[in-house]
Ligand binder design. Structure first.
Ligand code: HEM
Length: 416
């Protein structure tokens, strides 16, 4: 195919209320057969919707840099920018937006924490936390599943993995609350200052945690990373350890909250689906994978070109910012037949791109899947007749990359 100029969609805006409410309706309205890759002036990004194009980008890190992965969509007011810099939060604040070789310096030691053995060892803690959280709502006919389980479960697991004392969990959750708005939303100037202040306080907390663990090691990830530092301080500095902790706590939190919320929502949307999964819990992994394809909790990720390149038949200049619409890739009919149908029996759901691909492939993919599976198993065991509470419109946090219902009211249903 001859390379061509890029189509432009003037009105495409991912933070518009109709998009936040139902991005799949907007996706369906786009002329993707003629223009699967287009430019969106509202955000200054090229939007990629085809599975094959997104895969090509992920697999070529030399041409497609990760530098913009966490870049704010709006310029920050000087006060917020200064607070962030003073707090040690740089424009590429953690491994997910670093290219080689800086990325590998952080990824290699962090990956040790995610060995199959270590993840497996977390099962009892995940089960115990799930049971404790569900005990707290036992007997209630109606409750918010996000507040009860989907939000606190991943937060508690990732904080305890890091070695944060239980007594600090509530404070950390408050600091982390609106982080998504900074790199992925359009926060108002006043909000930017507030978020930047929380972010700087959180970074300070993590540096102090590293210092404390240096004096008093425990059986946790921070102490394991400090052991690498003690072996060879040039290989991993203390500042880098706190940067890894920042990555993990951020990446391992809202992402999984969203995945649990989206999976439960999609299963309850159609009563037969929940009943089927409750009767056959061995279908839960398939349900999680199909949700990652059909309604992923990280619907969008970003890259920037390092040289002029042609992709999907379109010429892109050097410095072109790319918006990889992972959720659209999951609905690509060239890979997934009848893509708009949620199908528990789909053979190739796992081909979704919801965890990225290549050098930056999600480090916590197995942990996120495990937490979601165990949460669903216990929920289905306790509530085989769970259903959505009536009359609810789902609300979503206004950002481009983290998606899950903020509130999911469910009804316990009568006992079986
Ligand atoms: C369960 C839902 C999750 C989803 C949908 C998700 C999605 C993603 C995506 C799309 C990326 C970027 C991949 C790329 O650039 O190629 C990523 C990176 C990452 N994720 Fe996840 N994630 C999830 C859970 C987790 C958890 C539980 C953790 C850790 C506790 C985690 C840690 C990370 C880290 C550290 C990176 C950066 C890896 C790197 O730059 O090398 N994620 N994730």
């Amino acid at each position: 195919m001859t390379a061509s100029r890029c189509p432009v969609h003037e009105r495409f805006d991912l933070l518009a209320p109709d998009f936040l409410a139902d991005p799949y309706a907007v996706l369906a309205s786009l002329p993707l057969d003629e223009a699967p890759l287009f430019y969106a002036p509202s955000i200054g990004y090229y939007v990629l919707t085809r599975h094959a194009d997104i895969e090509q980008v992920f697999r070529d890190p030399a041409t497609f840099s990760a530098a913009v992965a966490q870049a704010p969509l709006v310029p920050l007011v000087p006060e917020a920018a200064e607070i962030l810099l003073a707090g040690g939060h740089r424009p590429q604040p953690s491994m997910v937006s670093l290219d080689e070789p800086a990325h590998a310096r952080l990824r290699k030691p962090a990956a040790r924490a995610f060995s199959v053995t270590r993840i497996h060892a977390m099962i009892p803690a995940i089960e115990a936390t799930t049971a404790r959280l569900l005990d707290a709502v036992a007997g209630q006919d109606e409750f918010d599943l996000v507040a009860a389980l989907a939000f606190p479960l991943p937060a508690n697991i990732v904080f305890s993995l890091m070695g944060v004392p239980d007594s600090d969990f509530a404070q950390l959750k408050r600091w982390c609350g609106s982080r998504a708005a900074l790199g992925w939303g359009r926060p108002a100037p006043g909000d930017q200052v507030e978020i930047a202040t929380s972010m700087a306080a959180y970074r300070r907390y993590l540096r102090d945690l590293v210092e404390r663990k240096a004096g008093q090691p425990g059986d946790d990830l921070t102490s394991a990373l400090l052991a690498i530092y003690r072996e060879d301080p040039d290989r991993l500095t203390r500042e880098e350890i706190s940067s890894i902790l920042f990555s993990l706590s951020f990446a391992g939190h809202e992402t999984t909250t969203g995945l649990i919320g989206n999976t439960v929502r999609r299963l309850l949307e159609e009563p037969g689906r929940w009943a089927r999964v409750a009767a056959r819990p061995d279908l839960i992994p398939a349900a999680v994978e199909e949700t990652l394809r059909y309604d992923p909790s990280v619907p969008v990720w970003r890259r920037v070109t390092t040289r002029p390149v042609t992709i999907g038949g379109v010429d892109l200049p050097e410095g072109a910012k790319l918006f990889l619409w992972l959720a659209a890739g999951g609905r690509d009919g060239a890979v997934f037949p009848e893509p708009d149908r949620f199908d528990l029996d789909r053979a190739n759901s796992g081909q979704h791109l919801a965890f990225g691909l290549g050098l930056h492939y999600c480090l916590g993919a197995n942990l996120g899947r495990l937490e979601t599976r165990l949460a669903l198993e216990e929920l289905a065991r306790r509530y085989p007749r769970l259903r959505l509470a009536g009359d609810q419109e789902f609300a979503f946090h206004p950002n481009i990359s983290f998606r899950g219902p903020q509130v999911l009211r469910v009804r316990a249903g009568e006992a079986p």
